[in-house]
Ligand binder design. Structure first.
Ligand code: NAD
Length: 362
């Protein structure tokens, strides 16, 4: 079967890590029909926007995309392409597996957990009131009239919004993920003891949804305790589900536990569409230098293969990447202590392809 996939190379180091990933995916023998869609800072002059409609149309049609990082231009008036994609396609779940491969630069071993972050609500809903504006003043007056507390007049305000429907769908997504990927436990994160009406709602819904999945272990943790527990004993966790802000912070913390951004894959998933992309950004200072680590995007490709039902190809590609890491001879500068022995993006792809070929022969 040929899989139709939208390939968005992105900008900065994006095109290099995307090309390395395309090559290793094709070397698995799984057949792809790529629809290459340009987006990002490099195309603003040509299209007048970093996100032409044709990109969204392609993803809507193919339902699966593999995406390189895209720079958020500062002060150009364009909103973030990454946020726009998530909003337009309603990709409400951000999935970040965090796994240690022997040989990665990390003091931790044998970590294998997944952070699932709600992508659309919470403090990141984008509902803000700028200091000194009539809207901010009105909200401050309304709060006082409703006897909900006193807000200083010179405050800027961002709303934390957590809905029952938004919570229910991300929590069900987490439990379904456990089922689909043979995992065991869900840990729901909140600060429900303080934020009773937003996080409290999330936690109440978490407990309700857990009742629908009685075969799956469920627990909850307060976010502050969770950061400490993750550093002390990360192996106790399996699938972690969190509202947007805590999920953002915890997924970076977990990426740090397993070797950093160079090996942190991810996906933004909705009910029908999934966009696979590394956690890292466009690292402009390395663009065009054959220096970026392509493994985070390759591991996002592994996630995509699993999503497409190509389990065998996914397992072989993951093993090939793990073998290259364990061997330690073809790693980019971010994964080596001795920079003289570091290789480039292209050479990492060559090494992974060689391992795949060896796996096929052996
Ligand atoms: P970044 O991830 O690009 O870089 C952070 C640090 O990690 C830098 O030191 C960088 O050199 C290093 N790094 C990142 N990826 C690497 C790789 N593959 N190999 C080796 N080293 C790597 O984060 P930033 O500097 O905060 O952001 C740069 C741009 O990327 C910004 O415009 C930001 O908005 C954008 N961004 C995009 C996405 C996305 O497309 N989903 C995600 C994060 C940031």
């Amino acid at each position: 079967m040929v899989h139709n996939v939208t390939l968005i190379p992105g900008d900065g180091i994006g095109p290099e890590v995307a090309e390395a990933t395309r090559r290793v995916l094709e070397a698995t023998g799984v057949a792809f029909q790529w629809d290459v869609a340009e987006a990002g800072a490099d195309i603003i002059a040509k299209y007048g926007t970093p996100l032409p409609d044709s990109v969204l149309d392609s993803v809507r049609q193919n339902k699966v995309a593999l995406k390189g990082p895209i720079t958020t231009p500062v002060g150009s008036g364009f909103r973030s392409v990454n946020v726009a994609l998530r909003k337009e396609l309603d990709l409400y779940a951000c999935v970040r597996p965090c796994k240690t491969y022997p040989g990665v630069p990390s003091p931790y071993k044998n970590i294998d957990l997944v952070v699932i972050r709600e992508n659309t609500e919470d403090l990141y809903a984008g509902i803000e009131f700028e200091q000194g504006t009539p809207e901010a003043t009105k909200l401050i007056q309304l709060t006082a009239q409703a006897k909900r507390g006193t807000i200083r007049e010179d405050s800027g305000i961002s709303l934390k919004v957590i809905s029952e429907a938004g919570s229910r769908r991300i929590l069900r997504f987490a439990f379904e993920y456990v089922r689909a990927y043979g995992r065991k436990k869900v840990t729901a994160i909140s600060k429900a003891n303080i934020l009773k009406f937003s996080d409290g709602l999330f936690l109440r819904v978490a407990n309700e949804v857990a009742q629908e999945y009685l075969g799956i272990e469920f627990e909850d943790r307060l976010v502050d305790n969770m950061t400490m527990q993750l550093v002390k004993n990360p192996r106790q966790f399996d699938v972690i589900v969190a509202p947007n802000l805590y999920g953002d912070i915890l997924s970076d913390l977990c990426a740090g536990l397993v070797g950093g951004l160079g090996v942190a894959p991810g996906a933004n998933v909705g009910d029908e569409i999934a966009v696979f992309e590394p956690t890292h950004g466009s690292a402009p200072k390395y663009a065009g230098q054959n220096r970026a680590n392509p493994m985070a995007m390759m591991l996002s490709g592994v996630m995509m293969l699993r999503y497409l039902g190509e389990k065998n190809g996914a397992d072989r590609l993951e093993k090939a990447i793990a073998d290259v890491i364990a061997e330690g001879r073809s790693l980019t500068h971010d994964m080596t202590t001795d920079s003289a022995s570091a290789v480039g993006t292209i050479q990492v792809a060559d090494a992974v392809i060689e391992k795949l070929a060896k796996g096929q022969r052996g």
